[in-house]
Design a protein around this ligand. Structure first.
Ligand code: UGA
Length: 364
């Protein structure tokens, strides 16, 4: 019998890419729930892809039934965008913590294997470099720096899952994405400033002739991981050969793809300038320096650098990332440059969400 994988938030960045990779490379069945379907429409006809439209806070019976029925549970519904941490921290708490705690408890009840998306943000402003899953301290800022509510929610769920797991009540793996990027990360066609993570924000600015904003000068550094490498790691975690991922915390990132935000903007401008019609992109797009509190609000606080130790991923999963930052950016930019107007619609948020005054319930 083939493995049954439950993906809550199947239309999100990770959910949609993971589903495509599973259907292409494995014989597993996917049961997926989401409020939207725009990023998975090309998968809906696959007989191994069982999609239902629903909200994690409403479709509770469907969720409990499918936790019981499936072998592996991936709760990927969360707000994962720093601007929302600052503008609407309570929605982050309600969705990322409260709603997901219920899923964790279902997994405990039915003794089902949970693969929980922790985050690089749990390390916060830790001075370690690289960040190690077993030894690094987790450092967040004062309470009025509301950016840290996301990190805190994820950290507490990590601790809850670990506590259940270490007492034999829950099979688990905590995986920690480090700045994954690729097609489907946020909405490139959404022109709203601050609405997405840095790579989509910059690409969106270049496609709409808007300014690029380097928050606090852009000297802060991240290690970016291309989505295909990330999905290779995810398949290995789900596969769990010889139980290699059981009870483990695993950073999934690329230390070799470290870049400052300023360098990232330069790299992206250089690639975009190679496309016909974009040769003069540097004249059309200003690169500004803005203060973090002006751009995001008073509750924002940043970290200087964030590098993952990936020994666990290498040793447990036999995984190493292989796509350079520039190659990954080239692939992502090529996709959006070739997108037809109808594909642009597909990548946009469904109208019901777009017009909502409440924050989007998005899936990471
Ligand atoms: C991200 C998000 O919290 C999550 O997506 C995730 O859990 C985690 O970290 C991750 O992906 O590893 P962050 O790295 O700050 O946080 O993500 P971005 O919003 O992409 O920002 C990266 C850096 O670019 C920040 O220093 C930000 O200030 C800067 N930035 C962002 C700009 O300079 N200009 C912009 O227009 C947008």
């Amino acid at each position: 019998m083939s493995l049954k994988v439950l993906i809550l938030g199947v239309n999100g960045f990770i959910g949609s890419n993971l589903s495509a990779h599973i259907l292409e490379n494995r014989d597993w069945e996917i049961y997926g729930l989401d409020i939207g379907r725009n990023k998975i429409s090309h998968l809906l006809d696959n007989p191994r892809f069982h999609y239902v439209e629903g909200d994690i806070n409403i479709s509770k019976e469907w969720i409990e039934y499918h936790v019981k029925k499936c072998d592996v549970i991936l709760p990927l519904v969360a707000i994962a965008n720093p601007s929302t941490y600052v503008s609407d921290p309570l929605s982050v708490f309600e969705l990322d913590f409260e709603a997901n705690l219920e899923i964790v408890r279902h997994c405990v009840k039915y003794k089902k294997r949970i693969l929980f998306p922790s985050t690089s943000e749990v390390y916060g402003m830790s001075m370690d470099s690289p960040y190690n899953e077993e030894t690094s301290t987790l450092v967040t800022g004062p309470i009025h720096k509301e950016r840290w509510i996301y990190s805190s929610c994820k950290q507490l769920l990590d601790r809850v899952i670990y506590a259940y797991g270490s007492r034999g009540a829950l099979p688990f793996t905590l995986f920690r994405p480090f700045n994954w990027f690729g097609t489907g990360l946020d909405n490139v066609w959404e022109p709203k400033e601050g609405s997405s993570r840095v790579i989509t924000q910059f690409l969106s600015a270049m496609l709409h002739d808007r300014d690029i904003n380097l928050v606090n000068g852009g000297e802060q550094r991240r290690c970016f991981l291309y989505v295909d490498d990330a999905m290779d790691a995810m398949l290995r975690i789900i596969e769990n050969k010889d139980n290699c991922a059981d009870g483990r915390i695993i950073n999934i990132g690329s230390p070799d793809n470290e870049s400052s935000v300023k360098q990232l903007a330069e790299t992206m401008l250089n690639i975009v300038a190679e496309y016909p019609g974009y040769e003069n992109i540097r004249e059309r797009v200003n690169v500004n320096v803005v203060e973090g509190r002006t751009y995001y609000g008073e509750g924002y606080q940043d970290l200087v650098t964030r590098v993952p130790c990936i020994d666990n991923a290498k040793n447990l999963l036999g995984w190493t990332p292989s796509t350079s930052l520039e190659d990954g950016l080239r692939k992502m930019i090529a996709y959006y440059m070739a997108a037809s107007p109808s594909e642009q619609d597909l990548d946009a948020n469904p109208p019901s969400i777009k017009t909502s005054t409440t924050p989007q319930k998005i899936a990471v």
